[in-house]
Write a protein of this length. Structure first.
Length: 451
C-alpha cells in the first residue's frame, strides 16, 4: 500500500518534471495557433500533410490500408499509442498498489469521475444535439492530469495531500472512461483477421509475463506488432498501447533485500588493486569488469519491467510526443470562425469542460458524502472540493485527441467542426485552470496555518 509520505514524494517529483513539460506543451500549442493564422500557414499545413515512410522492401510500415500516413496521422495514430501505453502502465500501477487498489480507497474518486464524465456530455448535448455536431459529445469528458497537477503544484504545500491523491485517482478513472469511449465509439469497420492476430500477440505477451520474461525489448517489440495489427483491424490503434501495458510484468525478479545482499557480497569480492589507472585512461581487469557486470545485471532485476519502462518512457512522452501532438493538433484558424458559430460546438465544449466538469465532479462527490457512506478525507471540505472540481475541466490533451476522432473524416464540414472544437477545448481548459487556481488560492489556508 502506498503511504501518504511516499505519495507526496512521488507527487513532488512529478510536479518538478511536469511543470516544465506542461509549459512546453502550452508553448507548442501557442506556436501552432500562431502559424495557422500567420502568412506561413501554408508551410504549417504542408508539414502536417507530408507522408511518413519507413520502407521495408516494398512495404511501408507506417501505412494505413495501403496509403502512407501523413505527419498528422503518424502523431495521432502511432506516437500517441506510446502515450496511451504510458497511461495504461500508470493505470495498472494504480489498480495494483495505488489509489484504485481497493474499493474503500477508490470509491470516492470513482463516483466523482462518473459525475465528471456524465454531466459534461449532457451539457455539451444541450448546445449540440444534432448530427454531426453531436459526434463530439465525449470531448469534455477528459481531464488532463499533467496540467491539473501542475496547477496544484503552483500552490505548493498549501494543498492538502488528500486533494492531490483525489485528483490523481479522479484523472486516472477519467482516462479509463476515455479509453473505453474511444474503443467503443471511435473505431471503424472491423477486419477480423488482423484483430485475431493482435489477440494472439497479446496472449503471447501475457504468457511471457507469466513465464517471467522481463525483457523490455520483448514487450516493446510485441507491442509494436499489436499496434500494427490494430491499425489494420479498424480498432483505434491507441487502444493497443493500453492493452499491451496490462501484459507488462509489475513484479521484479529480485527483491530489494536480496539485491542488497548480492551487491554487498560483490563489493567485498571486487578486486580493487587490479587494472591500471592514469590521468588519461582507466583500464579495468577482466575480473573487475565481470564483477561490475554482475552488479549491473542484479540492479536491472530489482526494478519491475512495468516501472522500468514507465520511467524510461516518461521523458519521451512528456518532452517530445505530447508537445509534438499539441503542435500538429492545436492549429486553430480564427479567420474561419464566424460569431454565429460560437454558440454551437465552441460553447458546447467550453460549457462541458468549465460548467459540466465542475458541477458533475462536485455534485456527485457532495451527494455521495451526504449518503454517509464516506466522509471527506483529512484536509478536504466542500469549498476546496468545489475549486478542485474546476481543475477537472482542464481537458487539453485527451480532449483534443477525442475531438480529432469525432470530426476528422466528416464529409465537407469535418475540418471546420474540428477547428471549432479546438477553440472550445482551449477556452474551457484555460478558464477552468485559472478559476480553479484562484479559487483554491482563496479557500486554502496559508502555508504557515497548516497543521
Amino acid at each position: 500500500m502506498t503511504s501518504a509520505k511516499e505519495f507526496l514524494k512521488s507527487f513532488q517529483r512529478f510536479s518538478l518534471h511536469n511543470i516544465n513539460a506542461s509549459a512546453l506543451l502550452f508553448t507548442a500549442a501557442i506556436l501552432a495557433m500562431f502559424l495557422a493564422n500567420s502568412p506561413w500557414a501554408y508551410f504549417y499545413e504542408d508539414f502536417l500533410s507530408r507522408q511518413v515512410i519507413l520502407q521495408i522492401g516494398d512495404y511501408n510500415l507506417f501505412s494505413h490500408h495501403g496509403s502512407p500516413m501523413s505527419v498528422l496521422a503518424f502523431v495521432n495514430d502511432a506516437l500517441m499509442a506510446l502515450f496511451f501505453l504510458l497511461v495504461g502502465m500508470e493505470i495498472k500501477q494504480e489498480i495494483l498498489i495505488g489509489e484504485l487498489s481497493s474499493i474503500r480507497k477508490a470509491i470516492f474518486p470513482i463516483v466523482a469521475a462518473f459525475g465528471g464524465m456524465i454531466i459534461p456530455v449532457m451539457v455539451f448535448l444541450a448546445f449540440c444535439y444534432s448530427s454531426p455536431d453531436s459526434r463530439g459529445a465525449a470531448i469534455p469528458m477528459a481531464t488532463d492530469i499533467a496540467f491539473a497537477l501542475s496547477v496544484l503544484a503552483l500552490l505548493g504545500n498549501r494543498v492538502p495531500l488528500s486533494l492531490k491523491i483525489f485528483l490523481t485517482a479522479l484523472a486516472v478513472t477519467d482516462d479509463i472512461g476515455g479509453i473505453i469511449i474511444i474503443a467503443l465509439f471511435y473505431s471503424g469497420h472491423v477486419a477480423i483477421t488482423p484483430l485475431l492476430l493482435s489477440g494472439l500477440l497479446l496472449l503471447g505477451l501475457y504468457l511471457g509475463n507469466r513465464m517471467r520474461i522481463n525483457s523490455n525489448t520483448f514487450y516493446y517489440l510485441g507491442g509494436f506488432f499489436v499496434w500494427f495489427f490494430f491499425l489494420e483491424s479498424g480498432i483505434h490503434p491507441t487502444i493497443a498501447g493500453v492493452l499491451v501495458a496490462f501484459t507488462i510484468p509489475a513484479k521484479s525478479s529480485m527483491q530489494l533485500e536480496g539485491f542488497v545482499d548480492r551487491i554487498s557480497s560483490s563489493i567485498k569480492s571486487l578486486p580493487l588493486n587490479e587494472g591500471e589507472r592514469s590521468a588519461k585512461a582507466t583500464v579495468l581487469s577482466d575480473a573487475q569488469i565481470h564483477m561490475l557486470h554482475k552488479m549491473e545485471d542484479a540492479s536491472s532485476k530489482v526494478i519491475s519491467p512495468l516501472q522500468n519502462m514507465s520511467h524510461r518512457l516518461h521523458p519521451y512522452v512528456n518532452y517530445l510526443i505530447l508537445p509534438l501532438f499539441a503542435f500538429v493538433n492545436a492549429g486553430v484558424t480564427f479567420g474561419s470562425i464566424e460569431p454565429s458559430m460560437l454558440l454551437g460546438i465552441p460553447m458546447g465544449v467550453f460549457a462541458g469542460l468549465f460548467i459540466g466538469k465542475t458541477i458533475g465532479i462536485f455534485s456527485f462527490s457532495y451527494l455521495f458524502i451526504k449518503t454517509g457512506l464516506v466522509s471527506y478525507p483529512k484536509g478536504m471540505d466542500a469549498k476546496n472540493m468545489f475549486a478542485l472540481s474546476m481543475l477537472g475541466g482542464i481537458g487539453f490533451t485527451v480532449s483534443l485527441f477525442i475531438a480529432n476522432l469525432s470530426y476528422t473524416g466528416v464529409p465537407e464540414v469535418g475540418a471546420n467542426l474540428l477547428n471549432q472544437a479546438k477553440l472550445g477545448v482551449f477556452a474551457g481548459s484555460l478558464v477552468s485552470g485559472l478559476c480553479g487556481y484562484f479559487l483554491l488560492k482563496k479557500v486554502l489556508p496559508p502555508a504557515n496555518a497548516k497543521e
